[in-house]
Design a protein around this ligand. Structure first.
Ligand SMILES: [Ca+2]
Length: 238
C-alpha cells in the first residue's frame, strides 16, 4: 500500500520517468573475469571440444549466479520480457527456466548486459589453468547439482534431481567466484553451434542429466525456440 501511494505521488508529479526507473533491476551482482588468455577446449570430452587452443579475452563481468525467477519477473513487469508458462512467484530464488534463447537475450538487455559468448562462458567457468571443473579436477556430488535423472545416476539420493536455489553449491565456485557454472541448469550462450548453425549453444550441464558430466568445456546446443525445465542462463557486461 505504501509503495502504491508513493507511485501515485510520483505519477501525480509527472514522474513517469521515475516510475519506469523503479521497475528496472537493481545493480547486477557480477564478478570480474580479468583480461588475459585461457585454455579453451579439452581432449577428455566429445570431439566438438577439440582442439585445445588458447584464447585471449578483454576483461568482463559475469553474473555470480544464474538468473532467478525473481529477477526475470521484474523484466516481465517492465514489459521487456515475455511472460512464461511458469509461476515466477513460486520459489522465486530458483533459477528461471522454460526460457528460450530470445527470452534470455531480452532479459540480459533489460539487465544492462548481454548473453556471454562461448569463450566468455568457458573462461568464467574454468579460469586460466585448464581445469576440467570450476573448482578443480575431480567431479563429485558436493560441488555441483548434477547427476540425478529420475532417481538414476551417480548422484541419485545425494542431489535432488531438480534445480535448486541459485548459488546453492558454494564449494563449486569458479576461480572468479561464479556459482553453478557446473550443473543446476544449463545456460544459453550467445553463439550459434558451429556444427549446426541453426542451433544455439548451451553450457554447463544440469541437475538432471548424468549422461553429460558438467565439465567446463562440454558443449550442447538447442534450437533457439527450445524451452526446458533445466535450461536457464546468466548475463555478462563490460
Ligand atoms: Ca548452471
Amino acid at each position: 500500500m505504501r509503495h502504491a501511494s508513493v507511485l501515485c505521488a510520483l505519477l501525480g508529479m509527472g514522474g513517469l520517468a521515475f516510475a519506469a526507473a523503479e521497475a528496472a533491476p537493481g545493480r547486477p551482482d557480477r564478478v570480474l573475469v580479468p583480461a588475459g588468455p585461457f585454455s579453451r577446449g579439452s581432449t577428455k570430452g566429445a570431439d566438438d571440444e577439440r582442439p585445445v587452443r588458447v584464447r585471449t579475452l578483454p576483461a568482463f563481468h559475469i553474473d555470480r549466479i544464474e538468473v532467478t525467477r525473481a529477477m526475470y519477473a521484474r523484466c516481465v513487469a517492465a514489459r521487456r520480457c515475455p511472460a512464461l508458462a511458469l509461476d515466477l512467484a513460486a520459489e522465486p530464488e530458483l533459477p528461471v527456466t522454460q526460457v528460450d534463447w530470445y527470452d534470455a537475450r531480452a532479459f540480459c538487455a533489460f539487465a544492462g548486459g548481454r548473453l556471454p559468448s562461448e569463450d566468455e562462458w568457458e573462461k568464467a567457468a574454468r579460469g586460466s589453468d585448464g581445469r576440467e571443473f570450476p573448482w578443480g579436477g575431480e567431479l563429485d556430488c558436493e560441488h555441483a547439482n548434477w547427476g540425478n535423472f529420475e532417481n538414476e545416476g551417480p548422484c541419485a539420493g545425494k542431489n535432488p534431481g531438480r534445480p535448486v536455489v541459485a548459488g546453492g553449491y558454494p564449494k563449486g565456485a569458479s576461480p572468479f567466484g561464479a556459482l553453478d557454472m557446473a550443473g543446476n541448469v544449463w545456460e544459453w550462450v550467445a553463439d550459434r553451434y558451429d556444427r549446426d548453425p541453426a542451433r544455439r549453444v548451451v553450457r554447463g550441464g544440469s541437475c538432471c542429466s548424468y549422461f553429460v558430466e558438467p565439465r567446463a568445456a562440454n558443449r550442447n546446443a538447442w534450437h533457439p525456440n527450445h524451452r526446458d525445465a533445466d535450461l536457464g542462463f546468466r548475463c555478462v557486461s563490460k
